[in-house]
Ligand binder design. Structure first.
Ligand code: PGA
Length: 265
């Protein structure tokens, strides 16, 4: 990457880790990334049960604690749901919205994703808005139809957000948890296209400032090549984020991409 956007490396724990494991992880991660957070935003998206622990431990550090989902109402008769104020209450500053697992397994639609992103933003939580196509859609040439539709649905709902308040993540579903990554060039092409569309929908300044992450089987071995792409502003990482050491290596890879850009300019 060669731009003024600060990269973000985000750990998506999904449905993993008990409270004690979360505690051990953050205790191990904090010293490893303490010197890197000036250059890289480091975020940990924990399940609701361990989020208060991560939120508390993140309080005096530059790490951002985040939730993996939210509901778009603040309170009321919504059994099993968790709202934006509740998430903020336990020290989180960000929330993943519309992850493909939520869309595919739990029936989230473009409409619910848009409402959730809007609510998060209004409540002062940074939404990480996920978009991406299935293998079948890609093979049938429908990748851009799917992804652009997802981006449009959310942008139509957001009220002129500033570029630093929201983050997008392009996560091709066929690359999630499969070990099969998009090539760095494919990631760049898709994310460049998304940035172009965000320029049309939200203005050039928004498109220049908004961060777009890549997600799907990122690991220490492929992170540098992906991070080197000019439009890729970081990663949303599942499997390789479950060990603090391997996630710290990914944060280092993001930092190295910043240093390379500095040296080159
Ligand atoms: P993965 O998951 O890194 O295990 O492919 C990424 C994600 O789903 O956010």
């Amino acid at each position: 990457m060669a731009n003024e956007r600060k990269p973000m490396m985000a750990a998506n724990w999904k449905m993993n880790k008990l409270v004690r494991e979360a505690e051990d992880y953050v205790a191990r991660l904090l010293p490893r990334v303490a010197d890197l957070t000036d250059d890289v935003d480091v975020a940990v998206f924990a399940p609701f049960t361990s989020l208060p622990t991560v939120g508390r431990m993140a309080e005096d550090s530059a790490i951002i604690a985040g939730a993996q989902n939210l509901y778009f109402e603040d309170s009321g008769a919504y059994t099993g749901e968790v709202s934006a104020p509740m998430i903020k209450d336990v020290g989180a500053g960000a929330v993943i919205v519309g992850h493909s697992e939520r869309r595919e397994l739990f029936g989230e639609t473009d409409e619910t994703v848009a409402r959730k992103a809007t609510r998060a933003l209004d409540a002062g939580l940074m939404p990480i808005i996920c978009v991406g196509e299935t293998k079948e859609e890609r093979d049938a040439g429908g990748m851009w139809d799917k992804v652009s539709g997802q981006v449009r649905a959310v942008m139509e709902a957001l009220d002129s957000p500033s570029g630093d308040a929201v983050v997008f993540a392009y996560e091709p579903i066929w690359a999630i948890g499969t070990g099969e990554t998009a090539s760095p060039e494919d990631a760049q092409e898709a994310i460049g296209q998304i940035r172009g569309l965000l320029g049309e929908l939200g203005g050039e300044e928004f498109a220049r400032g908004v961060r777009i992450l890549y997600g799907g089987s990122i690991k220490p071995a492929n992170a540098a090549d992906i991070m080197a792409q000019s439009d890729v502003d970081g990663g949303l990482v599942g499997g390789a984020s479950l060990e603090a050491d391997s996630f710290a290596e990914l944060v280092e890879a993001a930092r190295d991409s910043v240093s390379r850009d500095r040296d080159a300019s």
